[in-house]
Design a protein around this ligand. Structure first.
Ligand code: ADP
Length: 671
């Protein structure tokens, strides 16, 4: 397709020149005693040009060939009327063939090489020569230019035009294609093409030497050409097929030219054309199929290369398991991920799974089997694999069951992604989150320390005064044993109380792994209230407990849930700091909701949630306190979410705020 105006003009002039010389050649190759030619190249040249040109250049092309047509017709003595008649039929034939070809192959799904070959053969070799030969021969017979009968002339013209199209158009199109998509061939392919070309040229030369016997008698040389055609078509596609056919056509023509006069009748020549067409059509088709195959293979290769690239960069690979045979294909890259070369791990499930972490084999197999049985639609499981060097790698295996297109057998197909790095980051995050949770807890305990010290001091003071009283009692004679016993009981009671406070404090300060267990939320909350008791007293906060009865058990980590409650309580006390002392009231409510979830609510009569914080209260660093970090509520939210619950807050209509959290019951009703 010409890119610039100059290139377009050059293409048009070249078409016109080719038309002229083609017609000259055509005139040389007339049937004996007939104005019709054995081969009539101009129409085929015009057809090829129109097939290659964009629609907008068509009128120009038609114009440019007119002078060429006149220049060859006039000296040949063609009458003016016949001249224009032939011009019109030639143009119409090429235009019809090219238009049909362009329309068919321009449609979606019709661009493949073999569809192009069929479209060309149908429209360029058959339909348009058949139709336009009627008109052309009518002109020839009507103007007295042809001496044959109508039907004789029709068959001469049709076959010579069909043969011309089959001989000339494919090599021209192939040459244009080659020019457009030129790629330096591999040396071995170049060598093969050169050897083929030498064979073709040699055979054509033999035809020249053999003369008539190339096509008459026992056409051995003609037959020798067939392997060359197959070689060309099956190794070099359309290009090879069309150029080799051009060689055969040349050889045939050289031979026909040397036929003895008696042999060179119209019928014999027609036979030769028919034979040529019968050979050319399947060879061209075969060539197109080969081109398509090569194209598809190239696309497949590119796709495979891209997939390989993606596999390498994303640490992802495909696997395919055939349950009947237990054969498991695993992409070599996945084997490399665990330090093995492809051939070191045989393609069986047991070989691959022998590299699994022993604790994960059962989990993965259970999921895979469930998918195989159709109980789940897809597989998605994370598991560990042991690397050759002994380290652990985490893989995410995904897959689904599909039916093989070929034999209908069921297979499981999926991918594995290396998620070791993600796992490491997740673990690091988990540790960091735990540390942060612990730190905020420690900070809270720091704030509470005065009250806690008081909480310990009280029983200690009681112990001291009780032991002093006991000493005095011991000095009396006789000592009152009953009273002494009671004093000792009180001492033991106080020591227990102090011990409990210290125990609770130690638990909260402890840094340890999560310990999920069934819990009675009332006990969890009560422990916190006991710990903060002195804080309430010092802040003059009145605490009301409204604990639900027969609460559902929850599943959680006691310390972390206490941290949530403590955070809510300390925030509430802080918010009530500026309220008049008689109006500082904290209500702690626990209840089991209708859906069996367990709810804890802490209501205060403080300042209420500041409007500027309301939208992002639970986001980290949302605080309006001078020394606040704004982390407490965000950590509470994380803790509650990790327990499968949720937390929320609101301002109470009567003033103050209410903070709630909700936990699912244990065991859950669905379990
Ligand atoms: P910090 O206490 O360090 O500010 P938090 O995340 O615990 O961090 O609290 C964030 C903010 O939420 C507080 O600064 C406060 O403005 C608001 N807030 C929390 N609880 C209450 C409450 N009971 N009443 C009013 N505002 C509250």
């Amino acid at each position: 397709m010409p890119q610039s105006a100059a290139a377009a003009v050059a293409a048009l002039i070249a078409t016109s020149a080719a038309y002229y010389f083609g017609a000259q050649l055509g005139f040389q190759l007339r049937f004996p005693e007939s104005p019709h030619s054995v081969l009539w190249p101009p129409n085929a040249i015009l057809l090829a040009a129109l097939m290659l040109m964009p629609w907008r250049l068509w009128p120009w092309c038609v114009l440019y060939v007119l002078p060429a047509h006149v220049a060859i017709s006039l000296p040949a003595g063609v009458p003016w009327i016949a001249l224009f008649g032939f011009y019109l039929t030639n143009i119409a034939q090429a235009a019809l063939g090219a238009a049909l070809f362009k329309i068919i192959t321009g449609r979606r799904g019709f661009e493949s090489a073999h569809v192009r070959a069929i479209s060309f053969i149908a429209s360029g070799v058959f339909i348009s020569p058949i139709i336009l030969s009627f008109a052309d021969v009518a002109v020839a017979v009507w103007t007295g230019w042809s001496t044959n009968t109508y039907w004789q002339a029709w068959s001469l013209r049709f076959l010579s035009n069909a043969a011309s199209a089959a001989i000339i158009v494919p090599p021209v199109i192939a040459a244009a294609d080659l020019y457009r998509k030129w790629r330096n061939p591999l040396p071995e392919r170049f060598l093969e093409a050169a050897v083929l070309a030498v064979c073709v040229v040699s055979l054509v030369s033999f035809a020249f030497l053999a003369g008539a016997s190339f096509t008459t008698g026992l056409p051995l040389l003609f037959c020798a050409y067939l392997p060359l055609l197959l070689w060309a078509a099956m190794r070099f596609g359309e290009t090879g097929a069309s150029w080799t056919l051009l060689g055969l056509a040349t050889a045939t023509m050289i031979s026909i030219a040397q036929w003895p006069a008696g042999n060179a009748g119209q019928t014999e020549i027609l036979m030769q054309q028919a034979i040529f067409l019968l050979i050319a059509i399947p060879v061209l088709y075969l060539g197109s199929i080969y081109s398509e195959l090569r194209h598809t293979l190239r696309q497949l290769n590119t796709a495979a290369e891209r997939q390989d690239m993606a596999t390498k960069t994303a640490s992802i690979g495909v696997w395919e398991w055939h349950p009947q045979t237990d054969r498991l294909y695993v992409h070599p890259h996945l084997k490399l991920l665990i330090g093995f070369e492809d051939q070191e791990v045989p393609d069986t499930r047991s070989a691959w799974m022998s590299h699994y972490h022993p604790e994960d084999v059962e989990k993965v197999m259970a999921t895979v089997q469930a998918c195989h049985r159709g109980e789940i639609r897809s597989i998605e499981v994370e598991h560990r694999m042991i690397h050759r060097d002994g380290s652990t790698r985490w893989l995410l295996t995904r897959g689904a069951k599909i039916r093989d297109d070929n034999d209908g057998a069921v297979k499981l197909l999926g991918t594995c992604v290396d998620v070791t790095e993600r796992k490491r980051i997740e673990e690091e995050l988990h540790t960091l989150r735990n540390e942060l949770t612990h730190l905020t807890r420690v900070r809270m305990m720091g704030e509470l320390s005065g009250a806690v010290a008081h909480e310990v001091n009280q029983p200690l003071a009681a112990i001291l005064s009780n032991s002093q009283a006991a000493q005095i009692m011991l000095k009396s004679n006789p000592p009152d044993i009953a009273e002494l016993e009671q004093v000792h009981e009180e001492i033991a009671e106080s020591a227990k109380r102090a011990g409990n406070v210290i125990h609770g404090l130690r638990d909260l300060l402890r840094k340890g792994e999560l310990n999920f267990q069934p819990l009675d939320i009332n006990l969890v909350v009560a422990e916190v209230l006991d710990l903060a008791h002195s804080d309430f007293v010092s802040h003059q906060v009145m605490v009301t407990r409204q604990f639900g009865r027969r609460m559902r058990i929850v599943h959680g980590d006691r310390i972390q849930l206490q941290q949530v409650v403590l955070n809510f309580i300390m925030n509430a006390c802080e918010a009530m700091k500026d309220s008049p002392s008689g109006e500082r009231s904290l209500t702690v409510i626990t209840r089991t909701n209708a859906d069996q979830s367990v709810q804890v609510s802490i209501e205060d009569t403080g300042s209420g949630i500041a409007p500027e914080l309301a939208d992002h209260l639970f986001e980290p660093f949302s605080t309006n306190k001078k020394s606040g970090l704004g982390l407490g509520l965000s950590i509470s939210r994380t803790i509650v979410a990790a327990h499968g619950g949720r937390q929320w807050a609101e301002n109470r209509p009567a003033g103050g705020a209410a903070f709630h959290f909700l936990l699912p019951p244990y065991p859950s009703s669905s379990a």
